[in-house]
Structure formats: structure tokens, C-alpha cells
Design a protein around this ligand. Structure first.
Ligand code: DON
Length: 306
């Protein structure tokens, strides 16, 4: 297992990268994050846990929620139905791009990791009301992170709801295309709330471990089939870093999902879960320091799955 002193060295060596990026400011509440925060947590399948840097600072899941709600939608609706409404292909566009919704050959969002695809996935979560749907999402994430105290950051949620008009436009377009059934604002409410769930790098590492174990909790309970866990990991690998996914696959080579809150959820299948936090972002909306940290670790320990 990795040594704490080594991980602390990795954090210190890559901290300068935080200066080169910018914290997200298009969602009120995210702009006050400390751009110099950088932390990591790694947990292996024996349960050994190593943390370094700002691993206990809270931030919001944002897009890291997307592979998680995808697993719940797959449980609720099955693979055939889910992928009849959202694709499995990298878009090569920014996470919030709208253009391929109309001009793309697929006539559905390219994949569940971009905003349009994640909103589509949200509309498939079962529940009688949007409150019940979100309750199921939150309970699912509590279960796979082993953290029963997870909750929504209300300020970030309100900010997202107030300013999320690009997401709103995509959701109404999807409704117009017959891809979303039900009330669009209800679907968006679940999406904005799932993005606003507060976690730490430690929570992310636990979720990563759950995926590394193929959908099984530390106590041995199976939550999703191995196949569903594999779908989530595969889409994280091919689309999880958006239009930076190709470069990330070469430089790091492990399934990962970023969020504009600064988190990265990474999985080394069969071996480890990794959570990284660094709110300073690159131009593609991925944690700039977090990627640098993952690059150094992956290169040192030959973690690439390729
Ligand atoms: O909908 C949004 O734009 C945000 N709630 C989530 C975007 C995000 O995290 C993109 N990831 N890097």
C-alpha cells in the first residue's frame, strides 16, 4: 500500500498547479472555495486507508453524482431502456454543451456523463414525487459511501436552481424530443440536488472502493450487479473527464469522474478507490491539481489499466 509520506510529497510537489487554474464561478457558492486546497484519500480492498493534504474538506459532488445516478437508473429501468434514451459515446464536447443535442447523429444525449445525459438519466429514477426520487438518490449514495450523514449544501443547491438556465434549456429540449417524461422542473430539481450533495475525498475513495469491488460493499453486501458497476466504470473511463478524457486515459489510465466542485472519483478495478479534491479547475472543468496528483501516482505505481 502507498505510504502516507509519499502521498504528502505528491500533494506538496503538485500544489503549485492550483495557482494555474480557476475555481468554478458560474454556480454561486462555488467561487468562494480555496483554490489552494489539494487532498487525496486512497483505500484498498483490504480496507487500508491513507490520506494526505486537504482530504477532510467538504465540497459538492457536482458531476461525480452522474455515474452514481446512472447505476440507480440501471437498477430501476434496466440497461436496454436506459440506453434507448441516452448514448454510450464520448461527445468530445464540453460538459454543458448543447449543440449535439440537435445536430448529433444520435438524437439523444451522447452519454450519461455530460449534463444533458445526466439530466435524462435523472428522469428515469423511480419515485412518486421528485422529493422521493431524490431521497432514493441520497440513500443510494449514503449506502455506497458508507456515510449516513451526507446531505445537500442548501446554498449551492439554491444557487444552481437559480442560475441553471442552460441545464433548464437542455431539459426542455429533451422533453420536446419526447426523451423526458414527467415534469421538467421536477427532474431538474433532483439533478440540482444530487450535484449539491456534500462529500470529502474520503467519501469519494469509499465510493471508488465500492466500484473497485464490482458493486459490493465492504461488508460483502452486493448493491448493484458486476455488470452495472462495469458500465459505470467504463463510461467514467471514456467520458468521465469530458473533452479531456483521451489525454487523461493516456496520462493516468484509470476510470475517473470529475466535478466542478473540484473532486475526482477514481477506481483501480479490483484494487483501490481514490478520492481527490482540488477546486482549482483547468479549462475543461477538471481539477487541475487533482489530475497532476493522479498522474504522478499512476506513473509511479503503474496504475494504468492499459
Ligand atoms: O450542472 C452543472 O453544470 C453542475 N452542477 C455540474 C457540472 C460539473 O460538475 C462538470 N464537471 N466537471
Amino acid at each position: 500500500m502507498l505510504m502516507k509520506s509519499f502521498l504528502e510529497g505528491v500533494i506538496n510537489r503538485n500544489k503549485y498547479m492550483c495557482e494555474l487554474g480557476k475555481v468554478a464561478d458560474y454556480i454561486p457558492g462555488l467561487s468562494t472555495a480555496n483554490k489552494n486546497h489539494l487532498g487525496i484519500c486512497i483505500i484498498d480492498t483490504s480496507g487500508e486507508i491513507v490520506i494526505a493534504g486537504d482530504a477532510d474538506v467538504k465540497f459538492t459532488l457536482q458531476s461525480i453524482s452522474k455515474p452514481l445516478t446512472l447505476m440507480l437508473a440501471l437498477l430501476d429501468q434496466g440497461e436496454k431502456y436506459v440506453f434507448s434514451k441516452v448514448g454510450m459515446e464520448p461527445s468530445g464536447d464540453a460538459f454543458n454543451s448543447i449543440r449535439k443535442l440537435e445536430t448529433g447523429r444520435m438524437r439523444k444525449p451522447f452519454n450519461p456523463m455530460i449534463n444533458a445525459g445526466a439530466i435524462e438519466v435523472c428522469s428515469m429514477i423511480k419515485g412518486k414525487s421528485s422529493a422521493e426520487k431524490f431521497e432514493r438518490v441520497l440513500n443510494f449514495i449514503k449506502l455506497i459511501s458508507g456515510n449516513n450523514n451526507l446531505k445537500v449544501n442548501e446554498d449551492i443547491y439554491k444557487g444552481e436552481k437559480e442560475t441553471g438556465n442552460k441545464n433548464r434549456s437542455m431539459a426542455y429540449f429533451l422533453k420536446g424530443e419526447g426523451l423526458i417524461s414527467g415534469d421538467v422542473e421536477d427532474v431538474l430539481d433532483v439533478y440540482f440536488k444530487q450535484c449539491s450533495i456534500e462529500v470529502t475525498a474520503i467519501d469519494l475513495a469509499k465510493i471508488g472502493l465500492f466500484l473497485a469491488r464490482g458493486g459490493v460493499l465492504e461488508n460483502g453486501d452486493r448493491v448493484v450487479s458486476e455488470h452495472i458497476a462495469t458500465i459505470a466504470k467504463t463510461l467514467m473511463m471514456t467520458c468521465g473527464m469530458y473533452d479531456g478524457s483521451g489525454e487523461f486515459a493516456i496520462k493516468v489510465g484509470i476510470p475517473s469522474k470529475s466535478g466542478v466542485g473540484g473532486g475526482i472519483l477514481s477506481v483501480i478495478p479490483g484494487k483501490m478507490g481514490i478520492g481527490v479534491f482540488g477546486p482549482s479547475l483547468d479549462l475543461k472543468g477538471n481539477s487541475i491539481g487533482g489530475i497532476a496528483v493522479l498522474e504522478e501516482i499512476a506513473e509511479n505505481f503503474k496504475f494504468s489499466i492499459f
